[in-house]
Design a protein around this ligand. Structure first.
Ligand code: BGC
Ligand code: CA
Length: 168
């Protein structure tokens, strides 16, 4: 896909931003996020208040209010710690995520692989998709920005995510 940017502020009006790209192969979506965030913190006990990237993936692109069983919120902190949210039983999607993180000058880079075993990925497949960057300053989240969702409810409502079309 063309590179996308997190330019939709759901908290604050400036702070960490990311450029993200996606590739697919077999049953897996491969994601890259290059984050600009010069001051990194994991002080908060809440993972969404730590410097982190969240990828939201809806294999059916259902745009439903609540999460379906296959919808996932996949979060990776700047140090590579993963956490997953989504359906009532996140265990259904928890095993889908593998990720790595690397600090770089001025920020960090996240690589993630998200398995989507409930569908067959093919040329033209549409996935509900979003990217969110959480910017921590000390123990608080001081800003958050997404690619698409402007409501700040993307962690419990899939209907405002964007759409990713897979192409050969
Ligand atoms: C949201 C937080 C929410 C958290 C739950 C984040 O994406 O921005 O408000 O509490 O997800 O996992
Ligand atoms: Ca930060």
């Amino acid at each position: 896909m063309p590179e996308v940017r997190t330019a939709t502020w759901i908290q604050g009006t400036s702070g960490a931003t990311a450029r993200a790209r996606a590739l697919w192969s077999g049953d897996t979506l491969y994601l890259l996020a290059q984050v600009a965030d010069p001051t990194l913190s994991e002080q908060s006990a809440n993972p969404w208040e730590q410097d982190s990237v969240e990828f939201f993936v809806d294999p059916g692109n259902g745009k439903t209010r609540g999460y379906g069983d296959d919808d996932g919120q996949y979060r990776i902190s700047f140090s590579g710690k993963t956490s997953v949210g989504g359906p009532l039983d996140p265990a259904a999607v928890a095993g889908n995520l593998t990720a790595a993180a690397k600090a770089v000058p001025g920020g960090y880079v996240i690589e993630a692989a998200v398995k989507l075993p409930t569908i067959t990925l093919r040329d033209g497949t549409l996935l509900g998709f979003d990217v969110q960057v959480n910017d921590a300053t000390g123990a608080a989240r001081t800003s958050a920005a997404t690619w698409n969702d402007a409501t700040g409810q993307g962690y419990r409502d899939t209907s405002h995510w964007g759409v990713l079309q897979l192409r050969h």
